[in-house]
Design a protein around this ligand. Structure first.
Ligand code: SF4
Length: 406
């Protein structure tokens, strides 16, 4: 973000660190799912080729700022497996040619059952991708159609088995609950099917109706029969207890992993650490500045044709906002937020800044101190209503925080 000409000014020591993570956005899908508001396009093949050429240029520009070896790279979308095999390989080669990669780096790629052919998966494996995340969403074929997915449940099983046969040991399956007409039995069936696949990681997201999607329109017209808040809360409880009983640790509000299988790249976000981002509409966080790339393929192409970073907007993260983020993101994790880590990063004690928020939440039983008073966590029973806790850390009185750290 150097060319934006903004210098970071704060006592947030991580603001001085350069990222060790990179997110790469591939904004293509075969069709749009009815609930999706991501920056993704249904385009002809040529548009994908044009995009790749420009993405390679952007990656080369970002690499000039990357002084540290990358510990994590995440290719998301959209659907990265919409790229042909040779395009996937060229994209990976661009990373290896321009960046230093740590020997134990996590290189993840999102794939959709259906577009992840054996040839693509094998090439990805041979070119260093060591974690695959499949967008499964449900194992109920009727629900898959209801939400606009193009694959059926057999395609999920086939894709995961194919990846395992090729040698991928790190596989995630994304599931959704709270779908139209979904019952708790349906959720139980999807969880059981996902567990049968013996994957190391399962993400289970609550459907959120986003503005501008077909689901939002149908909801406004009264044509979206969602299960309702109480039923959805019961589904979440079921998902938690079933996966924990199946040997998965519930390490983040929506994420479950076998021991050691946590998503390292996502931990960077939850630890409020910096990361580069490339691709149309991608968001990055570098030296205390959050930036967003231009969203449209036309604008993206125009910037890259001039060999300019395609940054649409930047925002300096204030010291108080950074502290709030450390709390809100960190409390999503079972490991909680450590007072020592907070102090090391923000040069002020967590209790001094947020004691007036933390104490009442502890009294109400929503937050808990662990290891003496050195780690703060959301109480297990409060996870389904954790948003109530997170909201308390938003827009805390800036003047109060400034007063504490001066
Ligand atoms: S495949 Fe993923 S990114 Fe593409 S439309 Fe569906 S949910 Fe959105």
């Amino acid at each position: 973000v150097n060319e934006v000409g903004i210098k970071s000014v704060s006592r947030d020591i991580l603001h001085d660190d350069l990222p060790r993570s990179l997110y790469v956005h591939i904004p293509f899908c075969k069709s749009r799912c009815f609930y999706c508001d991501f920056n993704t396009f249904v385009t002809p093949d040529q548009a994908m080729e044009d995009y790749l050429i420009r993405l390679q240029k952007e990656l080369a520009l970002i690499a000039k700022e990357a002084t540290e070896p990358l510990q994590t790279v995440f290719f998301g979308g959209g659907t990265p497996t919409m790229f042909h095999t040779n395009q996937l390989v060229r994209m990976l080669d661009t990373i290896y040619e321009n960046f230093r990669i740590a020997p134990d780096a996590e290189i993840s790629l999102e794939a959709n059952p259906g577009s992840a052919t054996e040839k693509k998966l094998r090439s990805l494996f041979q070119h260093g991708v060591n974690r695959i995340s499949f967008g499964a969403q449900s194992f109920n074929d009727r629900h898959l159609m209801t939400i606009g997915r193009l694959h059926d449940s057999d395609a999920i099983r086939n894709s995961v088995h194919m990846a395992q046969d090729i040698g991928f040991s790190r596989i995630n399956v994304d599931l959704m609950f709270g779908l139209p007409d979904q019952t708790q039995e349906d959720v139980a069936e999807s969880i059981a099917e996902a567990e049968k696949l013996c994957v190391e990681h399962i993400s289970a997201y609550w459907l959120k109706v986003e503005a501008g999607t077909p689901f939002a329109k149908w909801q406004a017209e009264g044509r979206l029969p969602l299960p309702g808040e109480d039923a959805e809360a019961e589904m979440y409880e079921y998902v938690r207890s079933a996966l924990r009983a199946g040997g998965y640790e519930h390490y983040e509000i929506s994420n479950f992993a076998k021991s050691g299988g946590e998503a390292k790249h996502n931990l960077v976000y939850w630890h409020n650490e910096p990361y580069f981002a490339a691709g149309a509409g991608a968001h990055g966080y570098v030296q205390g500045i959050r930036y967003e790339n231009v969203k449209s393929l036309g604008d993206y192409g125009a910037c890259m044709d001039k060999n300019e970073r395609p940054i649409a907007s930047t925002r300096i993260v204030s010291i108080s906002e950074s502290m709030e983020n450390t709390m809100m993101l960190g409390l999503r994790l079972r490991e909680g937020v450590s007072t020592e880590r907070f102090e090391k990063r923000h040069c002020v004690s967590m209790k001094r800044v947020f004691g007036h928020i933390i104490d009442p939440l502890v009294s109400q039983g929503l937050l808990e101190w662990h290891e003496g008073e050195s780690v703060l966590k959301v109480a297990l029973h409060a996870w389904p209503i954790a948003n109530i806790v997170f909201e308390k850390f938003v827009d805390v009185d800036d003047a109060k925080i400034q007063g504490e750290i001066v």
